[in-house]
Design a protein around this ligand. Structure first.
Ligand code: SF4
Ligand code: ZN
Length: 308
């Protein structure tokens, strides 16, 4: 059976069994990103958007689409920010891809390294800390992305989070009975009245990981489809495997999880709104709900192990 819209060979079959050829799939994908931006009001006129770029398929895809949109509409500006954690045989390669992508499309790219900002690479931290790689990495990545985006004077940070990522986060929070963290999910996050916390937008929110991988492949982006060597150790990886098994057996599972979540999100946000006010970290000035932020606390822990 050919593509639903023409006689070309299909490259993708939707859950509803609709088949799409290369050009109609690309059109479908880009239209859905636009729909997501409009539906959730992710971008406003004069926004200064920095995209968190890892050099992987998701962030490269969203950077490409936002850059095209920025050139076409001239309503907002785009740049990229890469956090180099110092993961050998991984980040060094994706960093090269990110540099070559940004130079190909003339997108300004800022690179921030763990080593320079924190004093250690992630690999060095993992040699001395007993914590799981993604727990450490997640804290410092979020911290440096916010700090970096502010340094670049951006008012929004776009990330490559897709529907799979969100479904995983929702389930992880359910499994850990962590509703308050779920209240901070959604296609746009952050607190309006805190200028130190850069709002985050997820324009790939309604697109699956598979769809994004196909898009990146069809567009021939200069990227390697590699995975971080630490990814297998994380809790998220187990949840991802469960979800993929469920999706294979019951197609539409991931969409159902995210859509049900969206129906309840405003109630959840309202319920936890009194707990979401942020102050500034006593040590570094970054936004935090405690006296000292998570990144400063974790860094102190790592340094104290070294002193022993
Ligand atoms: Fe960091 Fe974990 Fe992602 Fe690797 S998989 S980049 S360690 S969060
Ligand atoms: Zn701090």
């Amino acid at each position: 059976m050919p593509c639903k819209n023409c006689q070309e060979k299909p490259v993708f079959i939707q859950i509803s069994n609709v088949k799409l050829c290369k050009s109609h799939f690309i059109r479908y994908f880009e239209k859905k990103v636009l729909y997501t931006i409009k539906k959730f009001n992710l971008i406003q006129k004069n926004d200064k958007i920095v995209t968190a770029l890892s050099g992987g398929k998701d962030s490269t895809t969203i950077l490409y689409i936002l850059n095209e949109l920025s050139k076409k509409t001239r309503r907002f500006t785009i740049s990229a920010l890469l956090i180099d954690e110092g993961i050998r045989n991984y980040r060094d390669k994706t960093k090269e891809d990110a540099i070559s992508f940004c130079s190909q499309y003339a997108i300004p790219l800022e690179i921030i390294t763990y080593k320079k900002e924190l004093g250690f690479t992630l690999d060095e931290m993992l040699k001395i800390s007993k914590q799981k790689p993604c727990s450490i990495c997640g804290v410092f990545r979020r911290y440096l992305l916010n700090k970096g985006a502010r340094k670049l004077k951006a008012n929004k940070l776009a990330t490559g989070h897709n529907l799979d990522d969100e479904a995983q986060s929702i389930l992880m929070n359910q499994f850990r009975r962590n509703n308050e963290t779920s209240a901070r999910l959604g296609p746009i996050t952050g607190i309006l009245d805190n200028k130190n916390f850069i709002r985050r937008i997820k324009p790939l929110y309604l697109l699956t990981e598979k769809e994004t991988a196909i898009y990146a492949f069809l567009k021939n982006f200069p990227i390697q489809f590699t995975e971080c060597p630490n990814a297998k150790q994380g809790y998220r990886n187990d949840v991802r495997n469960i979800l993929n098994q469920m999706e294979a057996k019951y197609p539409g599972t991931k969409h159902s999880i995210v859509n049900t979540f969206l129906e309840n999100l405003s109630n959840l946000k309202e319920h936890y709104s009194h707990q979401s006010s942020l102050s500034s970290c006593k040590k570094c000035g970054e936004p935090t709900s405690k006296e000292v932020c998570q990144a400063c606390t974790l860094l102190e822990e790592i340094k104290s192990i070294l002193k022993k």
